[in-house]
Design a protein around this ligand. Sequence first.
Ligand SMILES: Cc1cc2nc3c(=O)[nH]c(=O)nc-3n(C[C@H](O)[C@H](O)[C@H](O)COP(=O)(O)OP(=O)(O)OC[C@H]3O[C@@H](n4cnc5c(N)ncnc54)[C@H](O)[C@@H]3O)c2cc1C
Length: 181
Amino acid sequence: MAAGFIDPLFSTGFVLSLLGIERLCDWMEAGEPQEKLDRYGVETLADLDATADLVGAAYRTLDDPESFEAVSMLYFAAASYSECARRLGKPGLAPGFLLRSHPRFGPGFRECLLAAGRAHPDALAAQVASVVRPFNVAGLCDPSKRGWYPVAAADLLGASDTLGSDPDEIRAMLRRTGFDG
Ligand SMILES: Cc1cc2nc3c(=O)[nH]c(=O)nc-3n(C[C@H](O)[C@H](O)[C@H](O)COP(=O)(O)OP(=O)(O)OC[C@H]3O[C@@H](n4cnc5c(N)ncnc54)[C@H](O)[C@@H]3O)c2cc1C
């Protein structure tokens, strides 16, 4: 039986399933202690809550493209940063789905979601940009791109510090994962 159901606006189903499987594998490898199983439940529900908050904020701003875009930047920033951290073999940099447990990103993420649909779109975009900045590995929050964000290795290489890596580590990761852009 599913632990939860969330509207598929941001296609989060596979990721939530895979994170759950990863946690269950950890639990089995550790000899199936009750404490880790309880933790699995807590973490799974916290992932679902963070996703529901994000999707709820997106629906709240559906009739306001500027605010909707700002909310979506939070998603793309958290997803791209987490994926890069994992591909670099540094999953500890990205705790919790959507970086919800990150001491810096998590609180900022939640404050932005609370403001979505309530704050002026410009104020929301500025608030989101400041939360995203230290995690921005994909050149996000750039109005000059008019919502069209290319996949550019230069963005990631320019943000290598934020991933605790040097550019050579990033280049090696890109080669290893088949990126030749
Ligand atoms: C149309 C559609 C498009 C989607 N697109 C995306 C997407 O683009 N990106 C994304 O991230 N997510 C997407 N999702 C969501 C994603 O498919 C689900 O979140 C994910 O598959 C859930 O995985 P699961 O293993 O929990 O469940 P499921 O994949 O549903 O697996 C459950 C399995 O259990 C079997 N089963 C059920 N009851 C029994 C029983 N009593 N005995 C034996 N077997 C049983 C079922 O036959 C099924 O094979 C989409 C979903 C749908 C329906």
